[in-house]
Write a protein that binds this ligand. Structure first.
Ligand code: PLP
Length: 431
């Protein structure tokens, strides 16, 4: 087999995968250890044909997949590795550029600069921000908080709402910062009047929390941060994508005043996993926190390398997939997909609201509906596990005000109204 034939076979495999993914159990039915038990205990001594890898993809890997590409994946934040994103990922691997410094791949760095400028423009962010791409929002937030810590020596407290993502907890753990959590109001938003910035180097405000997509009042938080000279980091990892549509911009008021902001194109903008956009108006603080240039990387080039703004030295050519997606969908194509996700979540929520015995559990701002049976937590939990075990859809949960809440997250490109209807029927039947 040649590279070309194997390559076509891999694409054919993906085409067949797409044809059968809708009917496969969305949540893998395997038990822990099943995949390992089906694999040899050591690597082969002699090379095998690539076709053998594809065969085992069917035999061993497929049953062990939870199908994130299924139109009926409604858990966490559902995502799509779109066609242009997927093909660009192949090209990224084929080119295998390693962005350790500008001259190691001028195209890698300059395409990253350009695509992040484009994306900032589409999201309505102010011009002139410095943008770069990290692998995920956890790394982006870690980088932002490391920069905030560097910018305010001696201040080692980070403040966020009780609903901030656990990546903030993790960044504080790694950076040895103290985390002070502020209670939220009855719509799960940070209460700005509760902000105590004594000893703080940063506040993290979330636009689109993971549990229920609540929106912290960024304008009021920015006022307090500016008054006290504290770094404001905005985590819009999921909901930031919605800024591409003017009708959702209300949720991002004040974001232009943030010192740093993270939006994940790999969540709701059709880019495959591994693409987190991080912008800052204080790039020098990032360089102070991260820049280390050993002798072997010194060059006479009059340009700063992106590896000086974050924790990675060898950087993947992630901009290529963002570039491909932005070009192939265009802003209008992306807007229409965001709007369709929101429409479907809204529709699902209306069915919940209209059905006795079910309740909407939180205000819905974007494409996630939070709901529960009007019953005990145990019954709701059991209901979710029962529905997931049937395999036709996959949902996840959260806790709000101490109560067990189910979430239906729409975001997958192939999801249709029929899939959302099926989800509702599955839930009603199981209830
Ligand atoms: N921030 C928010 C609001 C999230 O919802 C998530 C993940 O869902 C993250 C950060 C972490 O994102 P990542 O998996 O890209 O590190």
């Amino acid at each position: 087999m040649t590279f070309r034939e194997d390559g076509y076979a891999a694409i054919d495999w993906l085409v067949r995968y797409r044809e059968r993914v809708t009917d496969a159990p969305v949540l893998s039915p395997l038990r822990p250890g099943d995949v390992r038990a089906a694999l040899p205990s050591s690597a082969p001594e002699e090379g095998e044909p690539f076709a053998a890898v594809l065969e085992d993809l069917d035999r061993v890997v497929f049953p062990g997949l939870t199908h994130w590409q299924s139109p009926r994946f409604f858990a966490y934040f559902s995502t799509t590795g779109s066609d242009p994103g997927m093909l660009a990922e192949l090209l990224i691997a084929g080119l295998n550029n390693v962005g350790i410094l500008w001259r190691a791949s001028p195209a890698l760095q300059e395409l990253e600069e350009t695509t992040l400028d484009w994306l900032a423009g589409l999201l309505g962010l102010p011009p002139g921000l410095h943008g770069h791409i990290e692998e995920g929002a956890s790394i982006s937030t870690l980088a932002a908080l490391a920069s905030a810590r560097q910018a305010r020596p001696g201040s080692r407290v980070v403040v966020c709402s009780e609903h901030a993502h656990s990546s903030v907890d993790r960044a504080c753990k790694v950076l040895e910062l103290e985390l002070r959590k502020v209670s939220a109001d009855d719509e799960y938003r940070l209460r700005p009047e509760k902000l105590d910035l004594e000893g703080a180097c940063a506040v993290v405000a979330t636009v689109g929390t993971t549990s229920c997509t609540s929106v912290d009042p960024v304008v009021a938080v920015a006022d307090v941060c500016e008054r006290d000279g504290v770094w404001l980091h905005v985590d819009a990892a999921y909901a930031g994508a919605a800024m591409i549509c003017p009708e959702f911009r209300w949720a991002f008021e004040g974001v232009d005043r943030a010192d740093s902001i993270v939006v994940n194109p790999h969540k709701w903008l059709l880019v495959p996993q591994g693409c987190s956009a991080l912008w800052t108006r204080r790039p020098e603080a990032f360089r102070d926190a991260f820049s280390v240039v050993p002798e072997y990387l010194r060059t006479p080039d009059d340009v700063v390398s992106f590896s000086e703004y974050g924790p990675e030295l060898g950087r993947r050519f992630r901009a290529l997939k963002l570039w491909a997606v932005l070009r192939c969908y265009g802003a209008e194509g992306l807007r229409s997909r965001i709007r369709e996700s929101v429409r479907l979540a809204e529709l699902f929520e209306s069915w919940v609201r209209d059905e006795p015995g079910w309740v909407v559990a939180a205000p819905r701002h974007f494409s996630v509906a939070c709901f529960r049976r009007d019953a005990s937590d145990e019954e709701n939990e059991e209901l979710m596990h029962r529905v997931n075990a049937r395999g036709r859809i996959f949902l996840s949960h959260t806790k709000l005000d101490g109560r067990y809440v189910l979430r239906l997250a729409v975001g997958s490109e192939p999801t249709t109204e029929a899939d959302v209807r099926l989800a509702w029927e599955e839930l009603r039947e199981a209830a």
